[in-house]
Design a protein around this ligand. Structure first.
Ligand code: PMP
Length: 398
């Protein structure tokens, strides 16, 4: 890409707010649950007692004080990080770009679970990598077909070394790969010599508190795990990590150093202090409970407004931030963009396709919509979607 003057791969703009708009677009956590008083005391103490270190440049290593906080989070999903192989990031978005730039070679193909988080595909494309849909069946990535796809692509002369997936409460579908499927997938990835890149921001946000074993814990030597504090704490600190297989940690560290010199020592120290004081349980339980409630309200409102036998289909997720709607008649949701005029926003499905697929789908985020606004937002959405259903066939003929 360095010789190509083209614009870098873009991202949908998700965080607009204001006016009477009810936004179901961006994946924002509900920060009403953050204990701000407690936090401000901790930050004041940190600045007073450790400010000269915490506000200085640091090295591209996870601060020793933060390691227990990461280990605690990952262990809840059976993850087994090794402290020396943790690489700090300013959130998983940076982690994705670091993986793409540090481990990929321009022109290389990356197999991706689809629909895919657009930030991942944008990161891959920005590094000159070529996203390619991993084969799927109704249970998720299909391990048997994966081996065949990797072999076919290589026979065609393509270089393929990585498989990207977001296996738990996936953005955008909310789907989770079963434990059994995870084992088969990991076997297939090893056989096909594919490094698995596990993007896992939502794994601890199951509504009933249950977790599914992280791929990293099942095969630490062949899984690179991207973790983040954005959804279990707050995205404004821009703090995350890569738990890398040992041989890859050095290259990733060097790449993150080029990207940001050093991680935010202050953010790392703040998170370490928060964890040391009270652990994660209270905050994560509160987030889970809040999202369970919001998801239930949104799904109930969708049932009431769109019915269960109409053209729009969705599954109630068991965790995470998102609901994924599909139109059985193939309506084009990008054409519904003026939905904002109706006072509601969402992300059209085509953003999650590698090449414009999923145009008949849309993603709704329930995590930060005020409780009392969900039914009204869904009523507005339903007005927009009813228009789509009527217009769909005409558009296809045209
Ligand atoms: N991966 C996925 C699947 C996401 O949904 C997000 C944020 N929406 C990210 C990575 C990036 O998150 P952050 O950079 O805040 O850690």
């Amino acid at each position: 890409m360095w010789t190509d003057a083209g614009a870098p791969a873009g991202m949908p703009s998700l965080f607009e707010r204001g006016g009477d708009l009810i936004s179901f677009a961006g994946g924002l956590p509900d920060l009403d649950l953050l204990p701000l008083e407690e936090l401000s005391g901790q930050l004041a103490r940190l600045t007073r007692l450790g400010g000269r270190i915490a506000l200085q440049y640091s090295t591209p290593h996870v601060a020793r004080a933060l390691v227990p906080a990461i280990t605690d989070l990952m262990a809840r999903e059976g993850g087994r990080p090794v402290a020396e192989d943790l690489v700090p990031t300013a959130g998983s978005q940076m982690g994705l770009l670091a993986v793409a730039l540090g481990l990929g070679t321009p022109g290389e193909t990356v197999l991706c679970q689809t629909p895919a988080y657009p930030g991942a595909t944008a990161a891959f494309r920005t590094a000159g990598l070529l996203p390619y849909a991993a084969p799927e069946d109704p249970e998720g990535i299909d391990p048997v077909a994966l081996r065949a796809t990797a072999a076919r692509l290589r026979a065609e002369g393509r270089r393929v070394r990585m498989l990207y997936c977001n296996p738990t409460f996936q953005n955008p579908t909310g789907a989770t790969l079963s434990t059994e499927r995870r084992h088969h997938l990991l076997d297939a990835a090893r056989e096909a010599e594919l490094l698995v890149v596990e993007d896992d921001p939502y794994g601890l946000l199951g509504f009933d508190g249950r977790t599914t074993p992280a791929l990293q814990g099942l095969d630490p030597e062949n899984v690179l795990h991207l973790g983040t504090f954005s959804k279990v704490f707050a995205p404004g600190l821009r703090c995350g990590w890569i738990a890398a297989p040992a041989p890859l940690a050095g290259a990733l560290r060097r790449t993150t150093e080029v990207m940001a010199l050093s991680p935010s020592a202050f953010a790392q120290a703040a998170l370490a202090a928060f964890h040391a004081r009270g652990g994660w349980d209270t905050l994560i339980d509160a987030y889970r409970e809040r999202y369970r409630e919001r998801c239930g309200l949104m799904a109930d409102a969708l049932d009431a407004e769109l019915g269960t036998d109409g053209p729009w289909r969705w599954r109630r997720p068991d965790g995470g931030f998102y609901l994924w709607l599909r139109h059985t008649g193939g309506a084009d949701t990008a054409g519904l963009a003026p939905a904002a005029e109706q006072g509601v926003s969402f992300v059209p499905g085509a953003h999650f396709g590698l090449d414009g697929e999923c145009g008949d789908a849309l993603r709704l985020c329930f995590s930060h919509v005020p409780r009392g606004r969900i039914a009204e937002g869904v009523a507005r959405l339903a007005r927009v979607l009813r228009g789509a259903s009527a217009a769909g066939p005409e558009r296809r003929v045209a």
